[in-house]
Design a protein around this ligand. Structure first.
Ligand code: MV4
Length: 506
């Protein structure tokens, strides 16, 4: 096992990984930018190293500085988490060249899956269905012919893309030229690679992904699906497992396809195979593979009772993954809501500021993976994800009720959040009926009551006073407790009088 791991990330996921390391008895090194000096991930790690300015390019995206920090602090391994450098094949390669372990798949697996044109060809060879389309086209005339053959609407995608960047839906031939042009520009800008491919567009599909997990000895399984159709502009909002759409047969077929996809690139560690599923035909198509731990991994963890980060670390250290496909089963239902500091009534604009009051829900079947606490600052430098609220229950209905009750309990003052918006989605009949497809949020934002249900959330004077009073009440309660200690000789606090009150008394 490793002695020390450097976590090349920040926020809730850095904290999540630090926790797993502590449980495994591995020392941790946090890294931080100017904006994160006082962040919780810095406080919770054994050591912390400053790596640069707040802008990601000058800190969390600086491969050489991160590797230098790992070497200087005598780390054995680097965990990249998600985002930043997590799917950068050249970073994974540099880590290996520095004789450090990259906690993830090989650089070759990352590279193969990072190129849509290449991964599509590999999938076809492995017998995994992909969306009908053509790769390797260059001149507009060839696109025109391909589009005609596929039939409109078509989708023009960046070969180097992912997550929806450099993607254009084209409804008719007259739009094709302009779409190719703008997709090409965007692809060149974002990836330095202007290659495009064209596909039949599958509208109103479900976005369903499969967690896969493998060790370095050739053993690889799937850990079931996550339904991620509740999203807006490729930003997921609610994820759950199991998906209402899948029958046991379809689930088994898709699981097999996910395993075949991963094996085709010699995959190991945690990964996710994305599919779109046409709800009318129940046909599924490989879209892409995310070669990292995903934001939404907790819903999988709760339903299969495994800690994916533990196992990421253990298989990276060379251990065998000991579970066979047949012995893996899901129990109950899990839902995750992403709690964002953003304003749904104002184009989902990020909302920055100090968390004047911040109270997370707690209780049976409730998990909160968060990166913030009261007094922390939400800045414009990074993703405004405050926390992930995950619930687990015996079935979907009870899980939904548990989520709604937990969201009601969540208190955030100082920034605007999407909590009421999440409530509006959860209480919509389309959610309970499993009818939400990838365009649902956009379609319903224009026409429906989703936003009117989202009440005005700017912190009113009233809520600020309430927050201040709550603080005073806490201080009062603490001082009363201390006073009682003086007069009651049998007070349980008496036994701890040698310790500091306010410390953890278990
Ligand atoms: C598609 C598609 C429909 N048809 N490809 C989105 C990001 C990347 N993973 C690929 N994506 C999609 N590719 C074909 N041929 C639907 C998506 C898609 C999507 C598209 C528009 C709006 C939201 C979406 C959410 C998930 C997937």
């Amino acid at each position: 096992m490793f002695n020390k791991i450097l976590i090349a990330n920040r926020g809730e996921i850095a904290i999540r990984i630090i926790r797993a390391c502590k449980e495994l008895g591995v020392k941790t090194i946090a890294v931080y930018s100017d904006a994160d000096k006082n962040s919780r991930h810095v406080q919770q790690a054994d050591e912390a190293i400053h790596i640069g300015a707040a802008a990601p390019k000058e800190s969390y995206l600086n491969a050489d500085v991160l590797i230098r920090a790992a070497l200087d602090s005598k780390a054995d391994a680097i965990h990249p988490a998600y985002g930043f450098l997590s799917e950068n094949a050249s970073f994974a390669g540099k880590v290996a060249s520095a004789k450090l372990t990259f906690i993830g798949p090989s650089a070759d697996s990352i590279r193969a899956m990072g190129d849509k044109a290449e991964s599509k060809m590999m999938m076809k060879k492995a017998g995994v269905r992909t969306v009908p389309g053509v790769e390797g086209l260059e001149v507009e005339d060839d696109f025109r012919k391909a589009a005609k053959e596929l039939g409109y609407p078509v989708l023009v995608k960046a070969a180097a893309g992912g997550g929806g960047k450099g993607m254009r839906v084209v409804n008719q031939e007259s739009e094709l030229g302009e779409s190719i042009e703008s997709a090409r520009r965007e692809a060149l800008n974002a990836f330095g690679d202007e290659r495009l491919l064209i596909e039949k567009y599958i509208p109103n599909a479900h976005h369903i992904e499969f967690q896969v997990f493998g060790d370095q000895h050739g053993h690889l399984v799937h850990l079931f699906e996550r339904e991620c159709s509740v999203q807006r502009r490729h930003q997921k909002i609610i994820e759950e497992t199991p998906s209402l759409l899948l029958t046991p047969e379809l689930r088994a077929q898709m699981g097999q396809a996910a395993v075949a996809a991963a094996k085709a690139v010699g995959y190991y560690n945690a990964g996710t195979v994305e599919f779109i599923v046409d709800p009318d035909t129940l046909k599924f198509y490989f879209l892409e593979m995310n070669t990292r731990l995903q934001v939404e991994h907790p819903v999988t963890e709760l339903t299969i009772s495994l800690d994916l980060v533990h196992w990421q670390i253990r298989v990276a250290a060379g251990e065998h993954f000991p579970y066979q496909q047949e012995e893996l089963t899901q129990k109950g239902h899990a839902i995750e809501c992403r709690i964002y500091a953003e304003d749904p009534t104002n184009g989902f604009l990020p909302s920055t500021g100090k968390l004047l009051q911040y109270i997370e829900p707690r209780g049976p079947g409730i998990r909160v993976d968060s990166g913030f606490t009261v007094g922390d600052e939400v800045t414009h430098f990074y993703d405004p994800l405050l926390a992930k609220l995950i619930v687990h229950a015996e079935n979907r209905e009870i899980a939904t009720q548990r989520m709604q009750a937990a969201l009601k309990e969540y208190v955030v003052h100082g920034v605007i959040t999407n909590i009421d918006f999440l409530q509006a989605v959860l209480s919509h009949s389309d959610f309970s009926n499993g009818k939400i497809t990838t365009r649902w949020v956009e379609q319903n934002l224009e026409s429906d009551s989703l936003l009117s249900a989202t009440r005005e959330q700017a912190p009113s004077l009233q809520s600020l006073i309430a927050a201040a009073l709550a603080d005073i009440a806490i201080v009062n309660r603490q001082s009363q407790t201390e006073n009682r200690t003086e007069v009651d000789p049998y007070s349980p606090w008496k036994a701890t009088s040698g310790f500091r009150i306010g410390g953890n008394n278990g």
